[in-house]
Design a binder for this molecule. Structure first.
Ligand code: GTP
Ligand code: MG
Length: 303
């Protein structure tokens, strides 16, 4: 036991690994059982204090989250020198972060235990759920950005009068929520009119493979479509629960590019579907986007 422990200080655990592997998120989660989804690179070491109640009484852990981009070897060395343990983290989706482990290893003092931690495992789970292949851009997006929510309302008087929409909503779900059994019996779309279901085919009326990923309002979402054999279609679709499913000609990657440009305004996803090309929502979107956001590019939002 070191002097620090004798004087009531905590055990010092350092988190090491490349940028973007998930050290800060792990530290936040350990401390509060919650975390922010947005990535913002750490610039300085940050301390997270954890209290664990053990059979020998409460024990403090001082978890030091060290930035993947090392600004000062001296600061890093100072933290390593008085650490009691290290967690060396890498990103299972990013092989170069595993290649870096030997580079981090010498910085860890041989006198203390080191645990190796492969993070972002749920991307692998999602891939399995999708029959081995996730649509283009999905892995990249979920290992670099992940789920997030955005809600806003425009307060300018000319937009808040009458029926004009003035709100935006984005809710990108966690990857394992999208690619998981959560939607069984909940998401569905009707069979085309010319297909009459047989009696033993009834499940097809109550469940088909709609996997929501942007659950922007409780009534509607943007989704992937999954065939009964687990394979995902390349192009994403718009789904209004209990009503309709419209396919688009856009991939997930195209969608994210447009999501950023749309700010999640109103039912913007419907602008990508031929079936809703003249719906009231789409007409409002086209009329109001240029009034709210400079640089609106109508060409991005076409079926
Ligand atoms: N899918 C997935 N994403 C994660 C996981 N952990 C972290 N992320 C995401 O990965 C990004 C980087 O996470 P951080 O915790 O900020 O990474 P970091 O290692 O602290 O990066 P630096 O501060 O630059 O060293 C964020 O967008 C996180 O939401 C995870 O377990 N699964
Ligand atoms: Mg960080």
């Amino acid at each position: 036991m070191t002097k620090r422990h004798e004087s009531g200080g905590g055990f010092k655990v350092i988190l090491l690994g490349d940028r973007n592997v998930g050290k800060t998120r792990l530290a936040e989660w350990c401390q509060s059982e919650g975390y922010t989804e947005e990535y913002s690179a750490s610039h300085d070491p940050a301390l997270y204090r954890l209290l664990m109640n053990t059979n020998r009484g409460p024990i403090h852990f001082d978890v030091w989250d060290l930035p993947g981009e090392v600004k000062s070897i001296d600061i890093l060395r100072k933290h390593v020198d008085d650490a009691d343990a290290a967690i060396l983290m890498f990103d299972l989706q990013n092989p170069s972060s595993l290649d870096s482990i030997p580079l981090w290893l010498p910085t860890a003092n041989e006198a203390f235990p080191v645990a190796l931690c492969g993070n972002k495992h749920e991307v692998d789970q999602a891939r399995e759920y999708a029959n081995g292949i996730l649509p283009d851009g999905v892995e990249e997006f979920y290992s670099q950005v992940g789920s997030f929510t955005l809600e806003w309302e425009h307060m300018s008087p000319e937009l808040t009068t009458g029926d004009l929409p003035s709100t935006g909503h984005i809710q990108i779900l966690p990857i394992t929520t999208t690619f998981g059994d959560n939607w069984r019996g909940i998401t569905w779309f009707p069979l085309p009119d010319h297909i009459k279901p047989r009696r033993d085919d009834e499940w097809r009326l109550t469940y088909r493979g709609v996997l929501p990923f942007d659950f922007f309002i409780p009534e509607a979402c943007m989704c992937f479509i999954q065939a009964p054999d687990g394979t995902l279609e390349d192009h994403i679709a718009y789904h209004s629960f209990g009503h309709e499913l419209h396919r688009t000609r856009y991939t997930f990657k195209d969608y994210i590019e447009r999501l950023v440009a749309s700010y999640g305004f109103w039912y913007w996803g419907e602008t990508l579907c031929s079936e809703s090309r003249f719906s009231a929502q789409v007409l409002s979107f086209r009329a109001n986007m240029p009034r709210i956001f400079e640089g609106y590019e109508d060409g991005l939002f076409q079926p």
